[in-house]
Design a protein around this ligand. Structure first.
Ligand SMILES: Nc1nc(=O)c2c([nH]1)NC[C@@H]1CN(c3ccc(C(=O)N[C@@H](CCC(=O)O)C(=O)O)cc3)CN21
Ligand SMILES: CC(C)C(=O)C(=O)O
Ligand SMILES: [Mg+2]
Length: 279
C-alpha cells in the first residue's frame, strides 16, 4: 500500500524529513518511486519542463490529468499530489472542487494550490468534500505576471509577517502540508516551527520539514533555468547529447545496427524463399 496523507503528517512528529520530487512521466516517476521518495508531485512546472512553455500560466486541466495518470501508473510507494493549474481554482469554489475531483479521478491522492489567506475558503471547501490539499506559499509562479519574475520572498519584516500569517491561515483551513517556494531561510524556519504540519521547501533552506526538487533539474537534464536551489546530482544533458552524437555517427558509418540488433529468418524457409523467387 502506498503512503497516505496521514503518514506524511506523522513524519513531522517522528522528526523524519520528507523527500518530495516533482515528476510528470511514467519512466522517471517509476525510478523515483523505486528510490523510496515519499511524495511524487505532478507539478504544473510540467508546462515548462515537458511542454516548453515560458511559464506555468498556459497549463490546462487536461494536460495535468494526463501527467497525473502517467505518474499514477508508475507509483507503488509514494503519496501522489497533483498541482491545480492556473485558473482551475481561482474563479470559483465550484471550479476548485470540480477540478480537484478530476485530478483525484486521474489518480492523485491530494491536490496542491498556490495562495495564502485568500485561498483559505477554497482550501476548506475542497477538504470538506474529502480531498486533501497541500498549500503553496512564497514564490507563486501562477501569479508572477503581477511581479517581476521569480524572486525570493520574505526578506523584509512586513513580507515575513504576511507569510507567517498565510501559513497559519491555510493550516487552519485544513492543508496537510505547505510548500514554501523561495522563502528566506529564516522565515521558512519560523513557519516550520509555527505550524504542526510538514513544510516542504524549495529554495527555502534546511529547516523545512522536507524538500522538493524537479526530477529533471536534479538529474541535470533541464537547462533552460538553473535556480541556485536546484542541486544537480548528475549532468545528464551532456551524457544524453554525447550518446545521440555517437548514435548519429554509428548510423552514418554503418556501425549500427550490428548482428546483435537484427533478426533472421528460419534458414530452411530462407532456402525455399530463394528457390521460389529465384534470388
Ligand atoms: N524546472 C523547473 N524547476 C523549478 O524549480 C521550477 C520550474 N521549473 N517551474 C516553476 C517554478 C519556477 N521556479 C523558479 C524559476 C527560476 C528561478 C530563478 O531564476 N532563480 C534565481 C534568482 C533568485 C533571486 O535572486 O531572486 C536563482 O539564482 O535561484 C527560481 C525559481 C521554480 N519552479
Ligand atoms: C516546485 C513545486 C513546488 C511546484 O509547484 C511545481 O513543480 O510545479
Ligand atoms: Mg507548481
Amino acid at each position: 500500500m502506498h503512503k497516505s496523507v496521514q503518514d506524511i503528517i506523522n513524519m513531522k512528529k517522528e522528526k523524519k524529513k520528507v523527500s518530495v520530487i516533482t515528476g510528470y512521466d511514467y519512466t522517471l516517476a517509476s525510478l523515483c518511486d523505486k528510490a523510496g521518495i515519499d511524495v511524487l508531485l505532478v507539478g504544473d512546472s510540467a508546462g515548462m519542463v515537458m511542454l516548453g512553455y515560458e511559464n506555468t500560466i498556459p497549463v490546462t486541466m487536461d494536460q495535468m490529468c494526463m501527467f497525473t495518470e502517467a505518474v499514477s501508473r508508475a507509483r507503488n510507494n509514494a503519496l501522489l499530489v497533483a498541482d491545480l493549474p492556473f485558473m482551475s481554482y481561482q474563479a470559483s469554489i465550484e471550479d476548485a472542487i470540480n477540478n480537484s475531483g478530476k485530478l483525484v479521478k486521474a489518480g492523485a491522492d491530494a491536490v496542491k494550490l498556490e495562495g495564502g489567506s485568500i485561498m483559505a475558503e477554497t482550501i476548506s471547501a475542497i477538504v470538506d468534500v474529502g480531498i486533501p490539499v497541500m498549500g503553496h506559499i512564497g514564490l507563486q509562479p501562477q501569479t508572477t505576471m503581477l511581479s517581476e519574475g521569480y524572486k525570493v520572498q520574505g526578506r523584509t519584516k512586513d513580507t515575513a509577517i504576511k507569510l507567517i500569517q498565510d501559513a497559519k491561515e491555510i493550516e487552519e483551513a485544513g492543508v496537510f502540508s505547505i510548500a514554501l517556494e523561495m522563502v528566506s531561510h529564516e522565515v521558512a524556519q519560523i513557519i516550520s516551527e509555527t505550524v504542526s504540519i510538514p513544510t516542504i521547501g524549495i529554495g527555502s533552506g534546511a529547516n523545512c520539514d522536507g524538500q522538493v526538487l524537479v526530477v529533471q533539474d536534479l538529474l541535470g537534464m533541464y537547462d533552460k533555468i538553473k535556480p541556485k536551489f536546484a542541486k544537480r546530482y548528475m549532468n545528464l544533458s551532456e551524457d544524453i547529447v554525447k550518446s545521440l552524437e555517437d548514435y548519429k555517427s554509428d548510423v552514418e558509418s554503418g556501425t549500427f545496427p550490428a548482428e546483435e540488433n537484427w533478426f533472421s529468418m528460419n534458414p530452411d524457409e530462407l532456402k525455399k524463399l530463394r528457390e521460389q523467387i529465384g534470388s
